[in-house]
Design a protein around this ligand. Sequence first.
Ligand code: PMP
Length: 329
Amino acid sequence: TWTADAGWAGRPRVLPFGDLPFSPAMAGLHYGQVVFEGLKAYRRRDGALGTFRPDAHARRFQQSARRLAMPELPEELFLEAVDAFVARDGGLLPADDPRLSLYLRPILFASEASLALRPAREYTFLLMGFVTEGFFSDRPDPVSVLVSREFSRAAPGGTGQAKCAGNYAGAFLAQRQAADAGCRQVVWLDPVERRWIEEMGGMNLFFVRGSGPSAEVLTPPLTGTLLPGITRDSLLTLAAELGYTTREERISVDQWREESESGLITEAFACGTAALVTPIGEVRDGDGGWLVGDGKAGPLAMELRTALTDLHQGRVDDAHSWLRWATTE
Ligand code: PMP
């Protein structure tokens, strides 16, 4: 917990999973002062558990907290909590199923019992973990997506860049529309001109222009209304190391359609901690739609997916020290 008078108190402790007692007047519940992270630990063949880029997640957690006028959890406390959890409960992750990972969900919320409309004076930090089979991760089949023309995920000057609870609540209605249209995900457009592609519900987006070794790997720039994904950042690095030209470039929804139809854009894929790399096969926009490439998983998406998962599972050299290793108790 953090209190305005005393700052952070105590070291992280591992408790059994269970309910927590909070006041019905808890500020976070009413006013949405809640930020969180999602990161994963993977098991290497020799049994060691590696958490992927926890330092980057700790820093994004701080940036999210700052935007919501919340105290920033010191990076070393974040890492200590991750280490304590992985050491104690990482053993729950079986060694023989590479599809499974340990998903860690740190959350910081305003726990003060107060209805005052101001930043709370008391916060609680929790980290919980789940053994999961990644969202899509057993099935890198292409997904179909719906461009949301009606709703925005973020506003200029808003909280789109932060990983805070409210950003997701505003997206559920669009997500339901996507599901009704037979699509798995919503593609969000920029909230100003409403034509530039930004991101998806829990994933950043990439486009491939051209093919073969001269293919360009493109992703929308961080405009302030989309989340700076850690997988996005990792893939920009990995794609450059594989010899591809990478670029942050704005792509409009019309351009996506035209360049897909003319064959210039050959692939599109989504990426995130949960989604890894997931190819996009088909786009729906109003009454129309188009195929990306031939509608199947493209070679570059699969190459990057393999590069990322090889790294996660310790099959290749971790040149950037992205994994934090722990041995379980
Ligand atoms: N955008 C949004 C809105 C997200 O919630 C996520 C998942 N954290 C991402 C993108 C992908 O980010 P990351 O690669 O850090 O998981």
